[in-house]
Design a protein around this ligand. Structure first.
Ligand code: SF4
Ligand code: SF4
Length: 121
């Protein structure tokens, strides 16, 4: 026991002083997802596959737009895997604390068209 204590006392701590120090981003880490909405063809697969109903799609085809409910997302990456046009990407953004829940609703709108109907979220 004593020998073990002395051995550990010489080692660096395994914890870090977050938020002053940040842990390195690990390979294949999954954090929030994001949309390249202009690549979306409105196939409707991402809202269908999402296990936590974190994705709402409004409009059809190349007019479709996405509302991402970050507070529901479990970062599974299923939407990324299913998207046929690679319009969804996993980011490494993991610092996701918000004061207001409304800030966790993210809209991906096309620049080329008017605002979609978003009632019923
Ligand atoms: S990462 Fe998973 S939970 Fe989050 S939006 Fe995509 S499918 Fe839904
Ligand atoms: S799976 Fe991809 S192409 Fe289909 S609606 Fe979602 S973002 Fe658009």
């Amino acid at each position: 026991m004593e020998r073990e204590l002395l051995k550990n006392a010489k080692k660096k701590p395994v914890t870090i002083l977050y938020p002053y120090e940040k842990a390195p981003i690990v390979k294949d880490m999954r954090a929030m997802v994001t949309w390249k909405i202009e690549s979306c063809i409105g196939c409707g697969l991402c809202p269908k596959v999402c296990p936590s109903t974190a994705i709402k799609m409004f409009g059809k085809g190349k007019e479709a737009e996405i509302t991402y409910l970050l507070d529901r997302c479990i970062f599974c990456g299923d939407c990324v895997d299913i998207c046929p046009t690679e319009a969804i990407e996993v980011t490494t953004e993991y610092e996701l604390a918000f004061i207001n829940r409304n800030e966790m609703t993210i809209y991906f709108k096309r620049l080329s068209k008017s605002t979609p109907k978003t009632e019923g979220i």
